[in-house]
Design a protein around this ligand. Structure first.
Ligand code: FMN
Length: 232
């Protein structure tokens, strides 16, 4: 057994021992994956944002139009900065991509590829909550939500169990861009309610939850190397 193995302070699970106790509205960023004028992935996140606000959250929606391809512009490009600022602001996120050739859209993936795992000492996505959704032109598929779950893991996020996949999305919205009542709409309600609950539960405990043994060990070793160098 390694001497580095962690001791868990289980009293941290008691709400009164959380590192902070935020009282502001949960901050949710919503991303969608299309630049089409009547984009159903955009309409779906707009519907989701209304529900999140109903459940007491504050929301922001990022418009991907004008975002350069990853690495095709300097990081101080205004759209890149806008996206990164929103990611830092958020405590939870909703990702909604259309299915294109059985996969998430390039427009969606480009957004995530502009978000680094580390920005200085800050980890912009680590430990934040995530809800995944997709729209399809065809019959129901879960290809994209499955891919978004993998992507969420790569970004070290907590993806909630419930999810939404809207088949034949062109049939589910009215002329004003509102989602028609249906079991698919009810599912979106369920997903947003669950996201708010998980965000409130997890946001004050991020430091505790994402603290990794291997990273603590690495920094202990780096520290040792530095101390040894000084003593040479
Ligand atoms: C190039 C292309 C590929 C597509 N591939 C799929 C697909 O594999 N499965 C599917 O259900 N719909 C597919 N669609 C339909 C889109 O998912 C659908 O039009 C969706 O509403 C597009 O998202 P948006 O409305 O946000 O632009 C495809 C559409 C395009 C243009």
């Amino acid at each position: 057994m390694s001497e580095h193995l962690p001791n868990l302070d289980l009293t941290l699970f008691d709400g009164s021992r959380a590192s902070t106790s935020a009282s502001h509205k949960p901050r949710i960023l919503l991303l969608y994956g299309s630049t089409r004028e009547r984009s159903f992935s955009r309409l779906l996140v707009e519907e989701a944002a209304r529900l999140l606000e109903h459940f007491g959250a504050e929301t922001r929606i990022f418009n991907p139009s004008g975002l350069p391809l990853p690495d095709d512009a300097p990081v101080d490009h205004p759209k890149v900065q806008e996206l990164r600022d929103l990611v830092l602001w958020s405590e939870g996120q909703v990702w909604c991509s259309p299915e294109r050739h059985g996969a998430m859209s390039a427009v969606f993936k480009a957004q995530i590829d502009w978000v680094p795992l580390e920005l200085g000492a800050v980890r912009p996505t680590q430990g934040k909550t995530l809800a995944v959704m997709q729209v399809c032109g065809g019959s129901q598929s879960f290809n994209v939500v499955n891919q978004l779950r993998v992507l969420g893991r790569w970004m070290r996020m907590f993806t909630i169990p419930n999810q939404s996949s809207v088949p034949k999305a062109y049939m589910e919205f009215d002329e004003e861009g509102r989602m028609k009542p249906s079991p698919f709409y009810d599912r979106v309600v369920d997903v947003m309610e669950e996201l708010v609950k998980f965000t409130v539960l997890l946001r004050d405990r991020q430091e505790f939850l994402v603290d990794r043994y291997s990273e603590r060990k690495e920094s202990a070793e780096q520290l040792m190397a530095r101390v040894n160098q000084r003593s040479i």
